[in-house]
Design a protein around this ligand. Structure first.
Ligand code: HAM
Length: 414
């Protein structure tokens, strides 16, 4: 076949999606239990939105944005994340003065080098609390993260937190770091030399050994933080420490420019190189930077392809599956009225009408292969008697002939 899917944009097949559905249901249940409401924003936004939010110095905007000109020569981009769009939507609706607890889910796009756990089209589910100042909302979001992991059966994970201080803290630290690094430009990896100009803070999470060696002697970010954020971090760690593995990581700066205040990431060693399956933080200035009124904001997003690898939940087992088998000459209209009536009686059961003219034997073989629990068989004999054969496909193989009403009754009570 000469047409293939694009690199890093995998298909999801029915056998994959069974687990996805459980994940999505669990996520929305936990989100809703905290009083959040769902928001859906478009996949396409103006490129300017991401330039002004995620930031020109971030890899996401610099190298990974899927941007192109539309038919009106306007630069538009596939969204690389959800927070910027949510803020844009609230500003556009002029609702910055209200409090919002929102959640969303859907595909995101980043032109990254595909590898295990890293895709060009991937999915996120996220939560954004808008209009909530620093304090209790940080606690509620971390507690939501712990709850999610519990519900999904994820036990081996670590929550890393850090505080990026305010604008002055960031500026003072960046100036000091620049002063320290400038005499060492020849030792610094070229990627990090570029960052020194665009966003020095990102140098802290550099993966380059030469940079990390230099940083060992460089000014430390935590020394520029005032007492209040340090105490805030210590209190959070103390509060959650008996529920999960949580620790301050002062090199955690996150890859998006909009953060201020608390930032956090959840990692699992079971994931390999791309070990972060959740990331978030506070970004109180974004609303103003996008032309809206001041509005505090904090949130997180989960990488669904990554968290699904960690889930310890068996696919739904208690959904009953019934094969609807017809054999021989049939009054098709009448037969499928029966299928309709059965589904109407109990939508919680899967009635899999085979729509086939194959023999009874081969249809039963198919029912067994697909692990159906029961079969309803309408053959010529049954039609003459005005009855339907109800067959248990488990080892016992019980079967009985039922009138229409008894059949509906049985089906209703599955
Ligand atoms: P992020 O850290 O860029 O944050 O992405 C969140 C999560 O999405 C990551 O931890 C990772 O699990 C997943 N992810 C990112 N890129 C990929 C990829 N190429 N392939 C697979 N999974 C990926 C944000 O996007 C922020 N908007 C989070 C946030 C919400 N901050 C505040 N509110």
């Amino acid at each position: 076949m000469d047409i293939q899917s694009l690199r890093g944009m995998p298909d999801l097949f029915p056998e994959d999606l069974e687990k996805w559905h459980i994940l999505e249901k669990t996520l929305s249940k936990v989100f809703l239990s905290c009083g959040t409401k769902e928001i859906r924003t478009p996949l396409l936004e103006s490129t300017e939105l991401f330039n002004r939010s995620v930031g020109n110095s971030s890899d996401i905007v610099n190298k990974e944005l899927y941007s192109f000109l539309d038919r009106n020569d306007k630069s538009i981009s596939l969204r690389p994340e959800g927070s910027a769009s949510v803020i844009r939507a609230i500003i556009q609706k002029k609702q910055e003065h209200e409090k919002h607890k929102l959640w969303y889910q859907g595909p995101m796009f980043r032109y990254e080098r595909p590898q295990k756990g890293r895709f060009r089209q991937f999915h996120q589910a996220g939560v954004e609390y808008l209009g909530y100042e620093e304090g209790l909302s940080e606690y509620e979001l971390i507690s939501m993260v712990i709850q999610l992991n519990q519900q999904l059966g994820i036990k081996k994970y670590k929550i890393k937190i850090n505080h990026l201080g305010d604008k002055d803290t960031k500026e003072n630290f960046c100036n000091a770091l620049k002063l320290f690094l400038e005499p060492h430009l020849d030792t610094l990896h070229e990627k990090d030399v570029a960052r020194l100009e665009s966003n020095p803070l990102r140098i802290l999470d550099s993966k380059e050994e030469s940079t990390q060696n230099l940083l060992a002697k460089a000014p430390r970010f935590q020394d520029f933080l005032s007492e209040s954020p340090k105490t805030f971090l210590t209190n959070i760690v103390q509060h959650f420490t008996d529920q999960c593995d949580i620790a301050v990581d002062s090199s955690l700066v996150r890859g998006l420019d909009y953060y201020t205040g608390l930032v956090f990431e959840v990692v699992s060693e079971d994931l390999g190189a791309q070990d972060a399956f959740l990331g978030g933080g506070r970004y109180d200035h974004l609303s103003k930077e996008l032309g809206g009124k001041g509005m505090e904001a904090i949130g997180f997003a989960i990488g669904l392809e990554r968290i699904i690898d960690l889930m310890q939940i068996q696919p739904l087992q208690n959904v009953q599956k019934v094969a609807f088998i017809t054999v021989g000459e049939q009054d098709q209209q009448k037969t499928y009225k029966i299928a309709h009536a059965l589904r109407e009686a109990n939508l919680g059961v899967i009635l899999d009408a085979f729509l086939s003219s194959a023999t009874l034997k081969s249809q039963l073989k198919r029912a067994n292969k697909h692990e159906h629990h029961f079969a309803i068989i309408i053959g010529e004999e049954e039609r003459e008697l005005g009855k339907y054969l109800w067959k248990d496909l488990s080892a016992q193989g019980d079967q009985e002939l039922l009138h229409f009403e008894a059949l509906i009754d049985k089906y209703k009570n599955l």
